[in-house]
Design a protein around this ligand. Structure first.
Ligand code: EPU
Length: 424
């Protein structure tokens, strides 16, 4: 298990490239199961979650070649049974359900287990797939799915008590592309990653309208064909480094290339409100972020896209821990996603968490302590805190961060941070 030692206090400068989006890559890799023709996907980040997905595709019978960021998949002969040993490692494995059902009329996938960021039920995935003709039996921890009459389009409302579901929308969209007739997803997720998946499917010959809005319409087609596709930039990786710029860069700031300005709007707005400098180039593909002279605390409430992303909540907690004033962060999507706060308190942060809300009294310099990463974004928050802390912070269980940040230690080194990955 690797750990990261961050020697705090370096001033960040220079520039890096942002990687392709992990959360777009995962469903798009799964969607390659929808055709027996070759699929080429570019800018797939080299993170452990995409490696798990590739292992699942291989275990299902697909031939997969990966060379740097490009993945070539040939899913000529595939089976319907996703092995538990691989599925249990990553919740996003459940997005093979839709493609397997569409292509083979059956799928067996384990129920994902508990998750440290809160309850993550799959009732909306099941609701969507049942509505278009899937029979589902639960047995031995598996979801056994069959569509004996074939999948048949209908209208389904996928809203849940915490709003729309991203992977639930993806699953139904991937199942519906080969269904008979038209499927309408009401209360669909509108995240940029859902739009990227829709564009990938459209490139394969699917007929989809409305991706990026709350209503997606899918007209089923008989067959899909091969495609070449480039994954969109990772807005959460970009947002994380933008926060790093606001917290630890010199007056010149740091510059991030290969970003998408539109996808970063809620993060940009909050950094500007907190008094920092955020400047995009003319075509919105590079951004410079520098710390403001008089930063101040803010109130943030997470919401489905185009609202403030839950996946950036932990990183802003780090920013506000060192920002004078009182900030309040409420997570309406995952109200239990505050594991980072207890670890940050060990570094001297003043944070009170109650009922899905963190109240942060910021301004003091943090000090180094050995801390434990609990999930992907919580780990990112600890790295950010460590960059400005006094002393050397040891972040254990680095595998959490390796799930979703491509070569984070190398990128931090390129920006002038003093970090070391230590194998233990
Ligand atoms: N929900 C239900 N029932 C369902 C599915 C979801 O009640 O059947 C609830 C969830 O418990 C949550 C809300 O709906 O309260 C939204 O969950 P969603 O289904 O949208 O989450 P997801 O699709 O499983 C993706 C990202 C997460 C990100 C969320 C929200 C991927 C691989 N994962 O998860 O990313 O936090 O959307 O935007 O795309 C991360 O990258 O660190 C991460 C956790």
């Amino acid at each position: 298990m690797d750990k990261l030692i961050v020697h705090g206090g370096s001033t960040l400068s220079g520039s890096i490239n942002i990687s392709g989006a992990k959360n777009a890559s995962l469903p798009i890799l799964a969607a390659s199961l929808l055709t027996d023709e070759d699929v080429i996907i570019r800018r797939v980040p080299d993170v452990s979650d995409t490696n798990y997905m590739i292992q699942i595709l291989s275990a299902l019978g697909a031939e997969v070649e990966r060379s740097s960021g490009t993945v070539r998949i040939s899913a000529k002969n595939i089976s319907h049974d996703a092995p538990y040993e691989l599925v249990r490692k990553m919740r996003a494995s459940i997005c093979v359900m839709g493609p397997l059902l569409a292509r083979l009329g059956k799928a067996r996938v384990s129920l994902p287990g508990g998750c440290v960021i809160g309850d993550r039920p799959v009732d909306l995935h099941i609701k969507g797939l049942k509505a278009i003709g899937t029979q589902i039996d639960m047995e031995g921890g598996n979801m056994d799915m069959r569509a004996p009459e074939g999948l048949i389009g209908t209208t389904v409302d996928l809203s849940g008590k915490h709003g729309p579901t991203v992977l639930g929308t993806d699953n139904l969209m991937m199942a519906a592309v080969l269904a008979k007739g038209t499927t309408v997803i009401e209360s669909a997720a509108a995240e940029p990653e859902v739009v990227d998946l829709a564009n990938f499917l459209i490139g394969m010959g699917a007929k989809i309208e409305g991706a990026g809005t709350r209503r997606i319409t899918i007209h089923g087609v008989e067959k899909l064909h091969g495609v070449e596709h480039t994954i969109i930039p990772d807005r959460i990786e970009a947002g994380t480094f933008m926060v790093a710029g606001a917290m630890a860069a010199g007056p010149e700031g740091i510059t991030l290339h290969r970003v998408c300005e539109a996808d970063l709007k809620p993060v940009t707005e909050k950094l500007l409100e907190a008094g920092h400098t955020v400047e995009f180039n003319k075509n919105g593909t590079s951004v410079r972020v520098a710390p403001g002279e008089n930063p101040k605390g803010c109130k943030i409430t997470t919401a489905p896209h185009p609202g403030f992303p839950t996946d950036m909540q932990a990183q802003f907690t780090s920013l506000f821990a060192v920002t004078p004033g009182i900030s309040v962060i409420e997570d309406t999507i995952f109200p239990q996603r505050f594991m980072h706060c207890a670890e940050m308190s060990r570094m001297g942060a003043n944070i009170k968490v109650d009922n899905g809300r963190a109240v942060i009294e910021g301004g003091e310099q943090l000090s180094a302590a050995p801390v434990m990463a609990s999930d992907l974004r919580a780990s990112a928050a600890l790295v950010l805190s460590a960059l400005t802390a006094k002393g050397s912070t040891e972040i254990n269980r680095l595998y959490h961060i390796d799930r979703g940040y491509e070569h984070i230690d190398e990128k931090l080194l390129m920006l002038g941070a003093n970090v070391e990955r230590v194998q233990s």
